[in-house]
Design a protein around this ligand. Structure first.
Ligand code: BG6
Length: 483
């Protein structure tokens, strides 16, 4: 598929996401010819920029992310960009936008195809969707919309937003983006599970003791205190990224690799997601906030954060399914700001087996997602010069050259939007289930807050988070593999 005709409208065209991710990714797709002669991009935002200024910004964005570029190509690419100053609450502005889109459609022969991208503050998503609908911004060809996270703040607001969006777009045309689904090693979960008898045949409660998912970040909330304080780690990282990973790990094998079949397998699994009771939340979840150090603020002292905030910068928890290949297997997860290092990894811990050597180590399968990309399996063998068992890793890695070829998650996902492949996007029915789970935890925490006794562990920055998270395991023989 090449040279897809389309007019793309980016709400938030002057923003950080557009600059850092969307413009460089679009350039790469342009270089590959996926979009070429018949596309134009309208960047909108409140600032009074000109077309020329936007083109300079686009060109800067490409230079900042590429070592070597052909200047003529950059210029030719940037010439497809147009800027429209836009107040999302002003209905008149949608009329102007519609006119510009139509003009560009004629100029570039875009065949009435429209792609809308919501890349601005989520509180505006509903308003934009409403006006796309009441001002009839959709074109006569395909109409797709990409929605950034967070998609809602809880189930009720997500349902409302979904209603506003589905007024103009079919579910198949809504691309709820989760950049984790564009990551190389996350996309490696399905092939790893389904093509290796070595792995596929042990993927059950008979052999797997537990699964552990860690999304650790070195950074604090930085300049995002205002947003973060209304969100917290559970909504910011678990509702989307962690749950998507869990789903890929626990879903049954899809009947084929089509988007429909993959989503069907996910939905089948999610029906059996166990929603925790308040008692289970108390027992199986830990929330925490980072403390300050000589050089860094405690979370409660960060700019734009309520000094009495109960928002968590760390959460650890447990979940399980009643059906699927790993029904009943505990899945533990944790994520937090100001960990000792940036690390995204998945550990699959296998049960021990009785053996004539006595003590042996468990086999673990580890998938490292960031900052390195690799899979390794711990394996037992004999010690060379003394009796006993030693453990080594069998490792699946990429060469430097291969790593350099891995496209950025955004590029991959944008490619899929143009190619109309929604496999790696969140379907509404999945999102709904995730929110049901998150709401149950948030409600239980809210009740604790109201009762005046919230248990919010305060943890030292740049270590491993609160030690309370060591106590969420079901049995004393379980512990975090990554320590
Ligand atoms: C985002 C969260 O979705 O993911 C951020 O809003 C977080 O708070 C980021 O820092 C982490 O993404 P990555 O790709 O750096 O692991």
């Amino acid at each position: 598929m090449k040279n897809i005709p389309v007019i793309m409208i980016i709400f938030g065209g002057s923003g950080d996401l557009a600059h850092r991710k969307l413009y460089p990714s679009l350039f790469n797709l342009y270089e590959q010819g996926l979009i070429h002669d018949n596309f134009a991009v309208i960047g909108t935002a409140r600032r009074p920029w000109s077309h020329e200024y936007l083109r300079e910004q686009v060109s800067d964005a490409i230079h900042e992310t590429h070592d070597q570029v052909d200047e003529n190509e950059v210029k030719a690419f940037a010439s497809h960009f147009y800027y429209q100053s836009h107040d999302v609450t002003n209905v008149e502005h949608y009329v102007t936008l519609k006119k510009l889109a139509q003009e560009l459609d004629d100029r570039y022969s875009a065949q009435g195809n429209r792609l809308f991208y919501m890349a601005m503050a989520p509180r505006f998503f509903g308003t934009i969707a409403t006006h796309i609908n009441d001002q009839h911004l959709t074109g006569s060809g395909f109409n797709r919309i990409v929605v950034e996270k967070p998609f809602g703040h809880d189930l009720a607001s997500a349902e409302q937003l979904n209603k506003e969006i589905t007024a103009s777009f079919d579910e198949n045309d809504i691309f709820r983006i989760d950049h984790y689904l564009g990551k190389e090693m996350i996309q490696n979960i399905m092939p790893m599970r389904f093509t290796n008898p070595l792995i596929k045949n042990i993927w059950s409660g008979e052999y797997i003791k537990n699964i552990q998912i860690t999304l650790a970040e070195r950074l604090g909330v930085e300049a995002r205190g205002g947003y973060y304080d209304t969100s917290g780690a559970l909504r910011d990282m678990v509702q989307n990224h962690i749950f998507q990973i869990i789903t890929l790990l626990a879903m049954p094998e899809p009947k084929d690799l089509s988007s429909d079949s993959v989503h069907q397998a996910k939905q089948e699994l999610l029906k059996s997601l166990i929603i925790p009771t308040p008692e289970e939340v108390k027992k199986n979840f830990v929330r925490g906030q980072y403390l300050g150090s000589d050089t860094t603020f405690a979370y409660k002292k960060e700019p734009n954060v309520d000094p009495d905030s109960t928002t968590e910068t760390y959460v650890a928890g447990k979940t399980k399914f009643t059906s699927g290949p790993i029904a009943g297997v505990p899945i533990y997860f944790r994520t937090g700001k100001e960990f000792k290092e940036k690390k995204t990894r998945i550990d699959i811990v296998l049960k021990h087996i009785n053996n004539p050597y006595g003590q042996a180590h468990s086999n673990n399968i580890t998938i490292e997602v960031d900052p390195e990309s690799k899979i390794y399996i711990t394996i037992n063998g004999k010690k060379i010069d003394e009796p006993g068992i030693r453990r080594e890793d069998l490792t699946y890695v990429f060469s430097k050259e291969e790593m350099a070829k891995v496209p950025d998650g955004y590029e991959r996902l944008l490619h899929d939007v143009f190619a109309n492949d929604s496999t790696n996007f969140t379907h509404w029915s999945e999102l709904k289930r995730y929110w049901e789970f998150i709401d149950a935890v948030e409600d239980a925490w809210q009740k604790e807050n109201e009762a005046g006794n919230p248990e919010i562990a305060q943890y030292l920055p740049y270590r491993m988070g609160p030690k309370e998270a060591d106590n969420i395991f079901e049995s004393p023989t379980e512990h975090w593999i990554y320590e």
